[in-house]
Design a protein around this ligand. Structure first.
Ligand SMILES: Nc1ncnc2c1ncn2[C@@H]1O[C@H](COP(=O)(O)OP(=O)(O)O[C@H]2O[C@H](CO)[C@@H](O)[C@H](O)[C@H]2O)[C@@H](O)[C@H]1O
Ligand SMILES: OC[C@H]1O[C@H](O[C@H]2[C@H](O)[C@@H](O)[C@@H](O[C@H]3[C@H](O)[C@@H](O)[C@@H](O)O[C@@H]3CO)O[C@@H]2CO)[C@H](O)[C@@H](O)[C@@H]1O
Length: 647
């Protein structure tokens, strides 16, 4: 049996929490029914007690997590041509694209690199280890996400949520990640080490009570918590299948958010619950109901008063928008409708009688989260502009004082050419010889002519409008006249997948289109290519250019968002000699892109020592998570200085 005190504490907080949860989705108001709810909750706690398994062996906790709070958190002070193309290419059109490559200005308050002295009720010991830097103040952190690698990944969100929590745990924080337990019949083995916790909760939404259970794995000092429900068990990818996005995604991620709010209160992980004093880090729209729930359904009942929430925006293109008529399904009190209220502009409405009324999950978090972080500084400015704000620019501008940008890091355990298990030869900045072997192995694997002297260009990414693949389509007939090789790895838009296949058959000796999702292939392309092309229309951060630089592969990118923040333009006439790690071009036009690519290609072919300098400067950059983790800690501290969001 679990220790009585821990279970008692869990029941108490669960009782308080569920007093706010309500049991019905109607607009009748939960506040009118607290007594009945308390009774139901007490029964639930008793039922849970009888299900308790053997007491887990408690893991040691950081001292701060055991110490009782002394003062309320808000009182803490601030602290050459080979073969001809199939046909003569048409003239290059101007892409006619809005360019976001403008100069950022006026974002948020001071630099997050500034040192702020924070006195708090939590651990204030400064521990600087020899190998691993430790946090000045440790927190209980709860990440909520739709994906985290290696369990489930559809793109960069999965990378970040699979590695930032580990970096924060290594710095002394207690960290939990809450995500769905996706079972699709092919990658189910990813969850093989996650065990059933015997915890069940019933979530009042969508016209009934929906039971979810929790699975758990403790790995890399992080509590990985998987929410289990039949709606997460189906073939396809995480969010949809060949017919498009799943029709019940709003329901699936509503469940995730409710479950994530309960997990710190009910799960004894390593023997202890996380409790009410948490830092919720909610990622993208899938997790965006969490801050709304905290404000609408917990704090009014005295629960989570000392917790804070941070919204991390990885991509404003996905906001979780559904018709306004779905609001009652969410189980939120009617007076909270305004937090999620969203009206489409007239041009975006479907017919004359369409009033464009909708609910928008991401907007709900923009309104109610205590702080907002975007995944690069550049993007934190772009989201406040009409061009980059995807309709949320005015709202985000109104929250500038709590909006910051932190460039993502990369997991060098996974992405390191000296140790990478997916690549055929290892290499480093001190010995680049293995890279040439990776290139010839890749050419062989792809069935391309094995020619060390020909520049091999790569693209890796989701086949999505965001990534500018239509621009690649336009330049390919021109580029294929040059002596180059080009490999693309991607999946997504079926028309673009078909184009990749047909282009491969048009240019058999020069172009490969690898349709599908393969992490090992992505590593081999990153290591084997000379140049990585990223013509993204917008890019909140971008990870592939970081991986490329780490592997001595020179990025050619559109100067936007995180790409502009991380790729330094090649300057052969720098003050201290040659400078830069790649090429960042703007505006985004096909002519500009082709010209920049050809500049890179001629540098590769004719200026070998300059090329080696580009490679080595990129490989010497420190893209590890530690610096970003430190900046997140600063945001956490700022969040705890302010009072939490209340209506
Ligand atoms: N077919 C395929 N096979 C194998 N691997 C594939 C693949 N297609 C993509 N990937 C992998 O998915 C990841 C893509 O990450 P990005 O950050 O470049 O873009 P994404 O738009 O998904 O992420 C969003 O979130 C991240 C994280 O914050 C931001 O960096 C980014 O700007 C934002 O758009 C990389 O690890 C890449 O290798
Ligand atoms: O890590 C890669 C990206 O993953 C997330 O984006 C997904 C998005 O959140 C899902 O909702 C879904 O998007 C579909 C969208 O909802 C729907 O209206 C339609 O446009 O189709 C979209 C594709 O199915 O899938 C997205 C991934 O493809 C995350 O939010 C992003 O930050 C990440 O870049």
């Amino acid at each position: 049996m679990a220790t009585p005190s821990a279970v008692g504490a869990a029941c108490l907080v669960l009782a308080r929490a569920a007093a706010g949860l309500g049991l019905g989705p109607g607009r009748g108001g939960d506040r009118a029914r607290p007594r009945r709810l308390q009774r139901v909750v007490r029964r639930r706690c008793v039922a849970e007690l009888s299900r308790e398994g053997p007491a887990p062996t408690p893991r040691p906790l950081p001292p701060a997590l055991l110490a009782p709070p002394l003062v309320p958190a808000f009182l803490a002070p601030p602290s050459e041509p080979e073969g001809e193309p199939a046909s003569t290419p048409p003239p290059l059109p101007d892409a006619g694209l809005g360019d976001l490559g403008l100069q950022p200005e006026g974002i948020a308050e001071g630099s997050i690199d500034e040192t702020v002295v924070v006195a708090s009720e939590q651990d204030s010991e400064i521990v600087v280890g020899k190998e691993q830097a430790r946090a000045k103040v440790t927190q209980s952190i709860v990440f909520v996400t739709g994906e985290a690698s290696p369990y489930a990944k559809s793109g960069g969100l999965g990378d970040v949520c699979g590695s930032l929590p580990v970096a924060l745990a290594a710095r002394g924080h207690r960290v939990m990640v809450v995500m769905p337990r996706y079972l699709n019949g092919t990658s189910d083995k990813n969850y093989a080490n996650a065990f059933y916790t015997e915890k069940h909760i019933r979530i009042p939404c969508f016209g009934g009570e929906h039971e979810v259970t929790f699975f758990h794995e403790y790995r890399d000092s992080v509590d990985w918590v998987f929410v289990d429900h039949p709606s997460y068990h189906r073939p396809g990818n995480l969010y949809g299948d060949k017919f498009g996005a799943f029709g019940d995604n709003q329901f699936r991620y509503t469940l995730l958010c409710y479950a994530a709010c309960e997990a710190p209160l009910v799960l004894e992980l390593g023997g202890y619950i996380y409790g009410q004093n948490c830092m919720f880090v909610v990622n993208d729209w899938h997790a965006s109901l969490v801050p709304v729930l905290l404000a609408a359904k917990y704090r009014p009942y005295g629960v989570y008063k000392d917790s804070r929430s941070i919204l991390v925006i990885h991509n404003l293109a996905h906001q979780g928008v559904e018709p306004a008529s779905t609001y009652p399904d969410l189980g939120l009190p009617p007076e909270w409708y305004g937090a999620l209220e969203w009206v489409f502009p007239e041009w975006a409405r479907r017919h004359a009688l369409d009033k464009g009324e909708a609910v928008n999950f991401l907007k709900g978090a923009v309104v109610t989260a205590d702080r907002i972080v975007t995944v690069s500084k550049g993007y934190s400015w772009e989201v406040t502009t009409a061009e980059g704000g995807q309709g949320l620019n005015e709202l985000l501008s109104s929250r500038k004082s709590v909006l910051n940008g932190i460039v993502n890091g990369i997991d060098i355990n996974d992405w390191n050419p000296a140790t990478d298990k997916c690549i055929p030869c290892h290499y480093s900045v001190d010995d680049l010889s293995g890279k040439a072997k990776c290139k010839s192995a890749l050419q062989k694997e792809l069935g391309l002519p094995i020619r060390p002297e020909v520049p091999l260009i790569g693209f890796i990414g989701r086949l999505d409008y965001q990534k500018g693949i239509d621009l690649i389509q336009l330049i390919i007939p021109h580029l294929m006249r040059d002596d180059v090789q080009f490999v693309m790895l991607g999946s997504g838009d079926p028309e673009l997948e078909d184009w990749m296949r047909s282009t491969e058959s048009d240019f058999k000796d020069k172009f490969r289109g690898w349709v599908g999702f393969s992490v090992p292939v992505s590593h081999r392309i990153t290591a084997g290519c000379d140049i990585l092309l990223m013509p993204s229309r917008f890019e909140p951060c971008g990870l592939n250019q970081l991986y490329a630089m780490q592997y001595g592969t020179v990025p050619v990118v559109h100067a936007t968002g995180g790409l502009r923040d991380t790729v330094e333009n090649f300057n052969p006439f720098g003050e201290n000699g040659e400078q830069g790690t790649g090429w960042a071009f703007a505006p985004l036009t096909t002519e500009n892109m082709l010209w920049t690519l050809r500049t890179a290609i001629s540098t590769y072919k004719e200026h070998k020592s300059s090329w080696e300098g580009l490679m080595k400067r990129g490989m010497s950059k420190d893209f590890t998570w530690d610096h970003a983790a430190e900046q997140y800690e600063q945001i956490f501290q700022w969040a705890f200085i302010d009072r939490p969001y209340v209506m």
